[in-house]
Design a protein around this ligand. Structure first.
Ligand code: NAD
Length: 245
């Protein structure tokens, strides 16, 4: 379709699958990633794929990325804010600086990129897709930084949808466990614990990106894709669930 697509963290995993599916659809894709070796290798395989090196936590790199993308693509129709990394929290004594870094990657970068792409997205009646996590809604111990970034991006999504609508639709996807390294040896118990009976794969997320950008009456929403994990009620002693604290 020759749309201009921007993806962060496109060198591996879910972001890479999203890039591949847009290329397959005939679009031109620009991605930012700080894993240079993986990303250069990926870029070399596709004429309509353009790689920009940088850490999304650095606002100067974000500006340079959008300038680069405009030079290469000439337009921006879809922004996918995908890059993020997990980190720990209060039980690990995670420092203020490290907590702030996780927010810079997972929350401040999506805001800044939305701001930098705003005029293009309005002009082209485009879409922003944010990638959160089921950890925006549920927690394990010692996950404050990641949970906060992911909770923040869910709220950023509805705030942006209200500010930028009706021209731009803004939605979010909250994945559960997605296998990004091609492993197929998950234990039967791991699989059975998930109501869908399996671990997800990057296409499960990418397909939802395409569904959402095909919609005109869905905006501000977060769609959870976790194989039903967040719907399972767990009480020690019921239905074989055992708490080993
Ligand atoms: P991944 O580690 O497979 O790939 C992430 C890519 O982003 C890598 O290429 C990495 O180099 C890049 N990246 C990370 N931080 C960056 C930064 N600061 N600047 C530039 N590039 C950066 O990760 P994934 O599993 O595909 O995760 C993609 C998104 O999905 C993330 O937002 C993640 O939080 C979310 N998510 C993943 C899962 C899962 O189970 N895989 C579950 C819930 C949410």
């Amino acid at each position: 379709m020759n749309r201009g697509i921007l993806v962060t963290g496109g060198g591996h995993g879910i972001g890479k699958q999203i890039c591949l599916d847009f290329l397959e659809a005939g679009d031109q894709v620009c991605f930012m990633d700080f894993d240079e070796a993986l990303s250069r290798e990926f870029e070399a395989q596709y004429a309509k794929l353009f790689y920009f090196y940088g850490d999304v936590a650095n606002p100067k790199s974000l500006k340079a990325f959008v300038d680069f993308a405009m030079k290469k693509l000439g337009r921006i129709d879809v922004l996918v804010n995908n890059a993020c990394q997990g980190n720990k929290g209060i039980l690990s004594d995670l420092s203020y600086e490290m907590f702030d870094y996780v927010l810079s990657v997972g929350l401040k970068a999506p805001y800044e990129l939305s701001r930098l792409c705003r005029d293009q997205l309005i002009k082209n009646q485009g879409h922003i897709i944010n990638i959160a996590s089921s950890r925006a809604f549920q927690s394990e111990p010692d996950t404050e930084s990641y949970a906060s970034a992911k909770g923040g991006i869910v709220a950023l999504t509805h705030a942006l949808a209200i500010s930028l609508g009706p021209a731009v639709r803004v939605n979010c996807i909250a994945p559960g466990w997605i296998e990004v390294n091609g492993r197929e040896d998950h234990s039967q118990t791991d699989k059975a614990a998930i109501p869908a009976g399996k671990v997800g794969n990057p296409s499960d997320i990418s397909q939802m990106v395409f569904f959402l950008i095909g919609q005109s009456f869905i905006t501000g929403e977060t769609i959870t894709i976790d194989g039903g994990m967040n719907k399972r009620m767990i009480y020690h002693g019921d239905w074989n669930w055992e708490y080993r604290g």
